[in-house]
Ligand binder design. Structure first.
Ligand SMILES: O=C(O)CCC(=O)C(=O)O
Length: 252
């Protein structure tokens, strides 16, 4: 499937693409089992600044887990070997560096929209050669907060961002929407096993989950091109500042 050149054309033209049924239903079932195992076994051993809840008193409001691949052999292999990495290498046209494997959820009743942003603003890379994969684990549609992209936005310069109050998505574009951006957004509904892939420059956002019963779970995988240089000092400083702010506000 990853040899389908149409994917690559879409990625280059639009700045994103969807690989439908990238994982089979059986593979999704196995993966969801490992996510559940991880939540029970690993979260208690993780640093609190890598695990985000909308409300820490409500375990079901778990919204993000960062760096899962660094705490678990199964997720380490998922990130570093096999098909996801191969897709990243194809899109980024050469060797890649695995950077983050995240869990995302928007729990019904207690969740927030994802602010409009470009991942490159967080990554601090020069050149910004990187991508994010987003693998749906649930049925995802406009009601429970599907991801929305602006086609072609990856060819525009990086926009200015500022702090949002959203845990896990601390930055949002300041001047959004410009012109007809809102109308150009493409909502990407997805079924479990569908893989969305977007360029680090692509503008995207998601609404909150308005449903009363449905979760909106996904795994996010970030890969940098080996050709991208990371401003590691600036990035580490930002991460430290953010972690200390979140702790002082009692959010982690
Ligand atoms: O899950 C979401 O709402 C958005 C995820 C996202 O923005 C990203 O992975 O870059």
């Amino acid at each position: 499937m990853i040899h389908d050149e149409l994917w690559l054309d879409r990625y280059r033209t639009d700045g994103f693409f969807v690989g439908r049924q990238f994982l089979s239903p059986d593979e999704v079932t196995e993966l969801v089992g490992h996510v559940q195992r991880y939540i029970h076994e690993r979260i208690p051993t993780m640093p609190s600044e890598q695990v985000f809840y909308e409300d820490q008193q409500q375990p079901e409001s778990l919204k993000q887990i960062q760096q899962m691949w660094k705490h678990d052999d199964y997720f380490h292999a998922l990130m570093t070997e096999g098909r996801f990495r191969q897709v990243a290498e194809k899109c980024l046209d050469g060797p890649v560096v695995p950077k983050n494997l995240q869990y995302f959820n928007k729990s019904p009743g207690v969740n927030q929209p994802t602010p409009v942003h470009q991942d490159a603003f967080y990554f601090m890379l020069d050149p910004p050669l990187a991508l994010t994969m987003w693998l749906a684990l649930d049925e995802v549609d406009e009601e429970n907060g599907c991801v929305r992209y602006i086609p072609g936005s990856h060819r525009q310069p990086l926009r200015s961002h500022q702090r949002t109050g959203t845990l896990g998505f601390s930055q949002g574009i300041t001047d959004y929407p410009l012109a007809d951006e809102r109308e150009r957004e493409v909502p990407l509904c997805a079924r479990p096993g569908d893989l969305l892939v977007h360029d680090a420059m692509t503008i995207h956002r998601a609404d909150g989950n308005r449903s009363s019963t449905r979760t909106r779970r996904a795994l996010g995988m970030i890969y940098y091109s080996e050709r991208a240089k990371e401003d590691t000092a600036r990035h580490a400083k930002y991460q430290r500042q953010l972690a200390s702010e979140m702790k002082s506000k009692g959010r982690v």
